[in-house]
Ligand binder design. Structure first.
Ligand SMILES: Cc1cc2nc3c(=O)[nH]c(=O)nc-3n(C[C@H](O)[C@H](O)[C@H](O)COP(=O)(O)OP(=O)(O)OC[C@H]3O[C@@H](n4cnc5c(N)ncnc54)[C@H](O)[C@@H]3O)c2cc1C
Length: 524
């Protein structure tokens, strides 16, 4: 007799691992299986180490969280007993990294100079002067939405700007109506991320100035952010006796006459950290009562399911989020040469294609005044959207030493080194001895993160997307269709709401009094 799975959870990122863990806790006797395309649990939480550096992780995906905002992440970290430590944005004397570097329009300056229009290389209007990019964005918000402090999440969808609901405006379109083009350039390049000024839904983007602010008290996990989904998956298997099928790609979903789902999987293989289908194809058909797709937009689109086309809501709204590329690049050096420039932690910012450089520094041993000569890690580039094709153009050719599957090319490393020199106004630095990089635009994930498109009233779409077709028992969760896009918290919020509100799974003690971040947060 064919085995029937009660819950097939597809996607072993943080949202899928959480669903599996919570469901098996609530229903220990049910047959609950987690399926993952690759051999690794974690998805876009992806921690690697570079040779010779064991005390600092190369976080190729998510790298930090805010305990005060990211309640589910914080509660899970505590409950699972994971160790965390601060993720500083500057030195103890300069905690917000004001003395970190900036290089814009060919001019070297400090991040702390951003509110000094005499130093900033943009020709700003009077009202835009002497403000940081965050302060300019905040000024725009106060101007367009004077009562912003009183608004609940749903209220934002009632706001009208220039005779049209705010949610119909693209953020880039809107900024061009109220800022000079020079101020727009400053916002784009001075904030470090193209995402911050992309043409996504203005309701999402207008109130987020300061989301990546250097005054935020970030935290990260000692074992790396991937330790969170891994710990959930380990408990799911070891404590609750759930099953994980790694290297299984869901290819299609078909409803049977008995209302169960026939799921077609293909086996994949991961060689040197790269995953692809086994050839010749090795397929498996399994039957499930309920299916949870814990994955982003591109992954969903790659699955053959009639409802994507036949259901009106899905046909109109599956593409309601922008797919936004992101790429990270790490270099390992024999010592932290940046410390001699007073750079300790946090980021320097530039309009060069490397866009952001983050410093990681092992604390000096006590009673040691000089810079210790121990191997050190630099996140040489963290870039998104428009810079990605620049790096893709240098992908080929000889590989630079680095961890299997995350190797960069020699051409990329040489170009990054050139830009690092320009950003730091140096003639030379020591040569890196290893590199690692990851481009998140590759299938099946296809995106670093997502942003709601303009013209979509996503306060209504979001809850419906969790259970898009009421006659079907196929559910969707994950970061892509959440209110905290770009954060693990967003992925977990949709997962918890799906369990609590759509599947009526009994409360877990840690989530009993929980309320999603976007409903808690009245003011930004
Ligand atoms: C560069 C970068 C920086 C980030 N920085 C931060 C940060 O600092 N802090 C933070 O909180 N968040 C950060 N994020 C966001 C965070 O990593 C994500 O929001 C979160 O990890 C997404 O989890 P998810 O479960 O929604 O999806 P994913 O992690 O994408 O998981 C989806 C899983 O589904 C699998 N899959 C896809 N298709 C199939 C299929 N057909 N069959 C089987 N399996 C399939 C994939 O292999 C993957 O493992 C960052 C993301 C990136 C890319």
């Amino acid at each position: 007799m064919t085995e029937v799975i009660h819950y097939a959870i597809v996607g072993g990122g943080v949202s899928g691992a959480y669903c599996a863990w919570r469901l098996k806790q609530a229903y220990p006797d049910q047959n609950i299986v987690l399926f993952e395309y690759s051999d690794r649990i974690g998805g876009r939480l992806f921690t690697r180490q570079l040779p010779g550096i064991t005390d600092i992780n190369a976080e190729l995906g998510g790298m930090r969280y805010l305990p005060s905002e990211h309640k589910i992440v914080h509660q899970l970290v505590t409950q699972l007993g994971l160790k965390s430590h601060p993720f500083p944005m500057g030195s103890p004397e300069d905690p917000s990294g004001q003395k970190n570097y900036a290089y814009l329009q060919g001019k070297n300056l400090f991040v702390g100079d951003f509110n000094n229009s005499n130093k900033v290389p943009y020709n700003l209007a009077w009202s835009e002067q002497n403000k940081t990019p965050d302060e300019i964005q905040s000024m725009v918000m106060r101007l367009l939405v004077p009562n912003w402090q009183e608004l609940s999440f749903d209220d934002w969808f009632e706001v009208e700007v220039f005779g049209m609901p705010l949610w119909k405006h693209g953020f880039w379109n809107l900024l061009y109506r109220v800022l000079t083009p020079q101020a727009f350039q400053f916002l784009k390049y001075g904030s470090g991320y193209d995402t911050n000024v992309s043409n996504g839904n203005a309701v999402t983007l207008l109130p987020t100035g300061g989301d990546y602010s250097s005054t935020n008290q970030y935290v990260t996990l000692d074992e790396g952010m991937e330790a969170l989904p891994r710990a959930l998956a380990d408990e799911f298997v070891d404590t609750y006796h759930g099953r994980i099928f790694r290297n299984y790609r869901l290819a299609s979903i078909q409803r049977q006459e008995d209302r169960n789902y026939r799921l077609q999987f293909f086996e994949t293989q991961t060689i040197a950290s790269k995953t692809q289908d086994v050839t010749p194809a090795l397929g498996h058909e399994l039957v499930a009562e309920q299916v949870i797709l814990a994955m982003p937009r591109r992954s969903l689109e790659l699955i053959d399911w009639d409802c994507w086309q036949q259901d009106d809501f899905l046909r109109e709204n599956l593409s309601s989020v922008l797919i936004q590329g992101a790429l990270k690049f790490f270099l390992a050096y024999d010592y932290a040469w940046w410390q001699e420039l007073g750079l300790v932690a946090g980021r320097s910012i530039t309009d060069l294609p490397i866009r952001q450089t983050y410093y990681f520094t092992t604390p000096k041993p006590q009673n040691c005044s000089s810079v210790p000569h121990q191997k050190a890690l630099l996140m040489a580039s963290y870039n998104d959207i428009e810079s990605i094709p620049f790096w893709k153009g240098l992908e080929n050719g000889e590989s630079f030493p680095g961890p299997e599957g995350s190797c960069a090319s020699v051409l990329m490393v040489e170009e990054i080194q050139r830009q690092i020199l320009e950003l730091h106004n140096l003639r030379e630095t020591p040569k890196p001895y290893a590199a690692a990089y990851h481009d998140w635009s590759e299938d099946p994930i296809g995106a670093g993160w997502h942003s709601w498109k303009a013209g979509f009233k996503y306060n209504e779409i979001m809850p419906k997307m969790r259970h898009p077709v009421s006659s079907e028992r196929v559910y969707i969760c994950g970061e892509a269709y959440s209110a905290d896009q770009g954060w693990a918290e967003g992925a977990l919020e949709t997962a918890e709401l799906l369990l609590k509100e759509d599947l009526q799974v009994p409360d877990h003690p840690t989530t009993e009094a929980w309320c999603p971040n976007y409903l808690r947060r009245l003011s930004y």
